[in-house]
Design a protein. Structure first.
Length: 256
């Protein structure tokens, strides 16, 4: 596919259904777009506009210098199994990786500050992902439909988990919180959906954090020890408002 100099911009969904495109070239005098390794970028090469989803490669290393992945930029890349993001990346826009059914692993640097709505929705094979420490919010439907995701670590800088961030995710058995004293986590649209890490202390049984909930008894979590939670606690801490999705344990890791 060749893009002439006269084409300066695309709408969000202009490539929907274009599942056989394997290469895009852009006229050198195009003022706003460019091509790198046959994929479409902005002129400066800092934003991925469209990954050619017809490529047969199972691995995609996003080039160093890229700071953002545009909305729907890797949508339905059916052959990708592993994506490595550079330490220059700061923004993953909405539905960037949605419906990448074969995608198993995403290597993400701590440079990523924002992951927008449904970025990894329905990545049914995704089982390995480390959330960046710079992330503050897990947005709506980020991991909805990621049916191979069994465990996830929530970095200490995350202060908000939005409604349906995990959808009806029955596979997620263990959620690990990295916490520091004084951090607060709020779950949108949940009853008593906020807790404060009010104390971290050393005990005879190891390091322990005290989680204080409004209008509820405190909860004590020991480092590295899985705690089985009741339905009400799942609902309050991490659950979805229409489905009891967490049928396992929550573990504490204390950040040092």
């Amino acid at each position: 596919m060749s893009i002439p100099a006269s084409v300066k911009d695309f709408g969000k969904r202009v490539f929907f259904g274009c599942k056989v495109i394997t290469d895009i070239s852009v006229a050198k005098d195009n003022p706003t777009l460019s091509s790198i390794d046959g994929n479409l970028y902005n002129k400066a090469g800092t934003g991925l506009v469209f990954y050619c989803v017809g490529k047969t490669s199972e691995v995609f290393n996003v080039p160093n210098g890229v700071t953002s992945l545009y909305a729907f930029s890797v949508y339905e890349a059916k052959n990708l199994k592993k994506v490595t993001l550079p330490n220059t990346l700061e923004l993953i826009r909405e539905e960037a990786f949605r419906n990448c059914y074969a995608l198993e692993e995403i290597v993400m640097a701590d440079s990523v500050k924002t992951i927008e709505r449904a970025a990894f929705m329905d990545c049914k094979s995704l089982s390995k992902i480390t959330l960046p420490r710079s992330l503050s919010t897990i947005t709506t439907e980020t991991f909805r439909g990621c049916n191979s995701l069994a465990s996830l670590t929530i970095p200490s800088n995350v202060t908000t988990i939005e409604k349906r961030a995990f959808g009806t995710l029955d596979s997620l058995k263990t959620v690990i919180f990295e916490v520091t004293e004084g951090c607060r986590l709020t779950i949108h649209d949940q009853e008593d959906g906020s807790f404060l890490v009010s104390e971290i202390k050393d005990t005879a049984d190891g390091k322990m954090a005290v989680l204080t909930f409004p209008n509820k008894d405190n909860m004590c979590l020991y480092e590295g020890r899985a705690e089985e939670l009741s339905y009400d606690e799942y609902y309050t801490v991490m659950g979805d408002d229409n489905h009891n999705v967490y049928v396992g344990s929550v573990t504490l890791e204390v950040e040092r």
